[in-house]
Design a protein around this ligand. Structure first.
Ligand SMILES: [Zn+2]
Length: 54
């Protein structure tokens, strides 16, 4: 699986999340932002930035 961070555009290391599922909250290992998984498909993982300030 592959996830490109929507914030920093780098590939997020998903090996730390072997049981990744939609609505899981993960952290970008490059920029440290918090992301929530929207969907997991053949073309990779889609995630959005979690705005913790709201
Ligand atoms: Zn990032």
């Amino acid at each position: 699986m592959k996830l490109t961070c929507p914030e920093c555009k780098n590939d997020v290391d998903l090996t730390r999340y072997p049981n990744l599922a939609p609505e899981d909250v993960i952290e970008c290992n490059v920029c440290g932002i918090t992301l929530m998984v929207n969907s997991i498909g053949d073309e990779g993982v889609v995630a959005e930035v979690v705005d913790e300030g709201k």
